[in-house]
Design a protein around this ligand. Structure first.
Ligand SMILES: [Zn+2]
Length: 291
């Protein structure tokens, strides 16, 4: 993949392992280079310590061989959302060879810290690295050799899936957004699932992303019938999603950027789409969610 973001963000730096705070020390057991994605997670974790809006935790710790991994979670509580905030989940890098999506999720949070009003009324859970071993290895699959994004809600034994399913099952998000980067499609597109209103969110989200990258053309994208860069209610089995039985159905959107494009444009496109979704979903809340 091409990474043309500022080199300070994307290049690994040699670091003194003792200087790495926990939990990153565990991740760095075998390879003393701290991956730029984890470096950025760590920067944001520190920023969260002094923030009234942002908090950090890990949803689970597990082993692959000798290495200990954990899945980081940030929670951004927007202003005015102490009573009954609307919970949105943003999931990135379930495929480890799509670090652009992790950077997009982290960039989204970094900008929310500067402009918390964008998140008014929302509690936004962001999982920037759903597949930590895959990110470290630069592979789509996890260290177990499994495509985690085909394992959901089918009794998977993969620890990443177990912990992510637990989040989805306990937090019962009103909206779930998964970020992906696709190296076979030269444009942005989205899978629309769940609530009917998802399409009403996806259209403006794609429009916002188009300021940075073109929309995918064609009537077939990623093997599915598509129209205006939207794939409706079809997807691969076992992708990261809400538990099936939720009523009213939450909105579910999979947003894909063209991985052959410069990484900074993919990040900008994804952040623009996320911010637009926050904006567009707000009026729907006034009418309830059974749409
Ligand atoms: Zn993917």
């Amino acid at each position: 993949m091409k990474l043309t973001m500022p080199r300070s963000i994307y290049l690994s730096k040699r670091v003194n392992r003792r200087a790495i705070p926990s939990p990153l020390r565990n991740c760095a057991k075998r390879n003393l280079e701290l991956h730029p994605v984890f470096e950025r997670v760590e920067g944001l974790r520190r920023a969260a310590e002094g923030s009234a809006h942002l908090s950090y935790s890990e949803i689970g710790t597990f082993r692959h061989g000798n290495e200990v991994h954990s899945i980081p979670r940030f929670c951004f509580l927007g202003p005015g959302s102490t009573e009954e905030p609307v919970r949105i989940g943003v999931f990135a890098a379930i495929h480890g060879d799509e670090p652009e999506t992790a950077h997009a999720a982290l960039e989204f949070l970094e900008r929310l810290l500067k402009e918390p009003e964008r998140a008014r009324g929302y509690q936004i859970y962001v999982y920037p690295v759903c597949n930590p071993s895959g990110i470290r290895d630069g592979t789509r699959h996890s260290r177990s050799g499994v495509d985690l994004n085909r394992e959901f809600w089918k009794g998977s034994k993969e620890p990443e899936v177990y912990y992510l399913e637990r989040e989805l099952g306990v937090l019962l998000f009103q909206g779930v957004i998964a970020l992906h980067a696709d190296n076979t499609t030269p444009g942005v597109y989205a899978y629309v699932r769940g609530a009917t209103l998802t399409e009403a969110l996806a259209r403006p989200a794609l429009q916002a992303a188009e300021a940075f990258l073109p929309r995918a053309a064609g009537s077939v994208i990623d093997g599915f019938a598509a129209q205006d860069a939207l794939i409706r209610h079809q997807c691969f089995e076992g992708v990261l999603s809400n538990p099936a039985e939720l009523h009213p159905a939450p909105f579910e959107l999979i947003f894909e950027t063209p991985q052959e494009s410069p990484a900074e444009l993919q990040v900008e496109a994804a952040v623009a789409a996320l911010n637009r979704i926050l904006l567009e979903y707000r009026p729907f809340l006034a009418f309830g969610q059974d749409l």
